[in-house]
Design a binder for this molecule. Structure first.
Ligand code: ADP
Length: 251
């Protein structure tokens, strides 16, 4: 579902990702862990085409993000192709970024109406189902400012799902929350991961969550994957000293 092939990303002279190769199978839940500044968020931003690679290719569902085939040659893709590819991918951020002037239900229905062409009635029906899925049916008519941070983040998750993404990217989705609100958000994500066939790529510092929900965990250091293993292996018996040190520091 996701494939990075020889991806190099630099900011000026600073090489953030060095010849990165990895892939994620359809329906898998893969978590990226590693020290701050190791390039995890950059991977998500490249997938959202918020950044462009310097070298290498990224594929989503077998299609290249940046290039299309034309008369037997690979040529840089236009904005239309990138927009179509972006639509296959949802993202939930640390900051929920809800539309403050819209009610909760409208936050969830706005994009499907505008971008997918759903009728208001279809979008509202689906929106209410999604709000139920994240445990917020009774908040459909509230404004975001009337909700806790954890509830706002659950609305942001419902909003991302409303676009029917094949891939959902999660970037530190609980970092801005008060500790007592974290578990509710993680539970919702765990339920969604186990009941849908969405492919997840997740950056988190919540090691217990990563351990609970991931099929694979990738340990990052200095822009490369130094370890790629199922959570029970990586968290209990990692191969690399660097992984061991990192886990000791954060657990
Ligand atoms: P992580 O998510 O692992 O903390 P990031 O992907 O955010 O790491 O950042 C990796 C490195 O790239 C950091 O050193 C960061 O300062 C740098 N970086 C990220 N975005 C930019 C940017 N837009 N311009 C310059 N440097 C950046």
């Amino acid at each position: 579902m996701i494939r990075f092939e020889g991806v190099v990303k630099k900011f000026g002279d600073h090489v953030v990702l060095r010849e990165l190769d990895f892939s994620v199978r359809p329906g898998e839940f893969v978590t990226l862990i590693g020290p701050s500044g190791s390039g995890k968020t950059t991977i998500l931003r490249l997938l959202m085409t918020l950044e462009q690679v310097n070298e290498g290719r990224i594929f989503v569902g077998g299609e290249c993000l940046s290039h299309v085939e034309k008369n037997g040659k690979f040529v840089p893709a236009g904005e239309k192709h990138q927009r179509r590819m972006r639509r296959r991918i949802g993202m939930v951020f640390q900051q929920f970024n809800l539309f403050p002037n819209m009610k909760v239900l409208q936050n969830v229905t706005e994009a499907p109406i505008r971008a997918l062409g759903l009728s208001r009635q279809e979008a509202e029906q689906r929106g209410r189902e999604l709000l139920e899925m994240v445990g917020l049916s009774e908040k459909a008519d509230a404004h975001p400012s009337q909700l806790s941070g954890g509830q706002q983040q659950r609305v942001a998750i419902a909003r991302a799902l409303a676009m029917r993404p094949e891939v959902l990217l999660l970037d530190e989705v609980t970092s801005a929350l008060d500790p007592e609100l974290v578990a509710g958000v993680l539970k919702v994500l765990k339920d969604i991961a186990s009941t849908t066939d969405i492919t997840f790529l997740c950056v988190t510092h919540e090691m217990q969550f990563a351990r609970d929900v991931s099929d694979r965990v990738l340990m990052f250091d200095h822009g490369q994957i130094i370890e790629d293993a199922p959570p029970e292996k990586l968290f209990t018996n990692p191969d690399h000293e660097r992984t061991r040190e990192f886990l000791q520091a954060v657990l």
